[in-house]
Design a protein around this ligand. Structure first.
Ligand code: ZN
Length: 307
């Protein structure tokens, strides 16, 4: 069974005609209802400021709370919109990602698998800056929370969104016990993610040239991530973005539906056969590609979860 975190609050984060729209979570919801309705569903708790401030500067957190508009939409950065319903969406996305850690800690099962079906994405959000549609870095807050609990000594985050997760890399680049591995179009937004960025030996970037197809992707992903990382971990995260699909309008990487199955299975087989997995939704802006790519990702998560 996959443990899903999903909230109706994600329908209230109104971004108008922006690519990171309400339609995305409607598509995800449709998939979950059609194919995964017999799995476990939980409503995320709302994260508090103190929890978020484990990663983000508290002045920044307070500033975001203060800026949420009473009506209409505002821009927190040139790409990142807030509406009156956005705050609860942000807090639910963080909350679900952290609830999964608490669920692992209270579970007697060895192999728990989670998918946090939320919006907005978080991997561009820096400690003190909203960026790239995201305000709080969901995966980083969750991983830092898990690390602070001292039950997980080494954590791996694998980010296959087409964009580099600059926020996640910057947050963890000085923590040798939290590894961050990312495949992404490069050079491209947000500009970071060169192969030379290695942190304390815990950052593994896999830049992909524009036009990269399935075969080249698999070769580069194996060479730069799977074969380079030879450590044991006790918790795996996926920053799961589906904007590297060939149909996606925001980027120029040409992955097929079954590449998302391949990525998920290849990473789990190497690093996570016997450890918990928390996958959090990042990007994916073509609705057909989001549906099919996510379904391929979830099929593998289901295969490696306990019954
Ligand atoms: Zn992306």
């Amino acid at each position: 069974m996959i443990n899903f975190y999903f909230s109706d609050e994600y329908l209230n984060h109104d971004t108008g005609s922006h690519p990171e729209s309400v339609e995305r979570i409607k598509v995800v919801n449709k998939l979950l209802l059609k194919e995964y309705s017999n799995h476990n569903f939980y409503t995320p708790s709302l994260a508090c400021k103190e929890l978020i401030a484990n990663v983000h500067d508290i002045d920044y957190v307070n500033d975001i709370f203060d800026k949420i508009p009473i009506s209409d939409l505002i821009y927190l950065d040139p790409d990142t919109i807030a509406s009156p319903g956005s705050l609860k969406s942000y807090l639910s996305a963080v909350g679900g990602s952290v609830d999964a850690v608490d669920h692992i800690l209270s579970s007697t099962k060895e192999k728990n698998v989670y998918f946090c079906a939320h919006r907005p994405p978080g991997h561009h959000a820096e400690k003190n800056r909203a960026m790239g549609f995201g305000v709080f870095n969901n995966v980083a807050i969750s991983a830092q929370y898990a690390f602070n609990k001292k039950k997980f000594s080494k954590i791996l985050i694998v980010d296959f969104d087409v964009h580099h997760g600059n926020g996640t890399q910057h947050i963890f680049q000085d923590n040798p016990n939290i590894y961050y591995a990312s495949s992404h179009q490069f050079p491209f937004y947000p500009g970071t993610g060169d192969i030379s960025e290695i942190g304390q030996g815990n950052i593994f970037n896999c830049p992909l040239p524009a036009g990269c197809n399935s075969n080249l992707f698999r070769k580069l992903f194996k060479e730069n991530i799977i074969e380079k990382i030879n450590e044991s971990f006790d918790l795996l995260y996926f920053s799961a973005g589906f904007d590297s699909h060939k149909l996606d309008p925001l980027a120029s990487i040409n992955l097929e539906d079954d590449d998302f199955e391949w990525i998920t299975e290849t990473v789990i087989k190497k690093f996570a056969l016997n450890i918990p997995i928390i996958s959090v939704l990042e990007g994916g802006y073509d609705m057909k590609a989001l549906y099919s790519g996510l379904n391929n990702h979830l099929k593998v998560l289901q295969k490696y979860s306990d019954d």
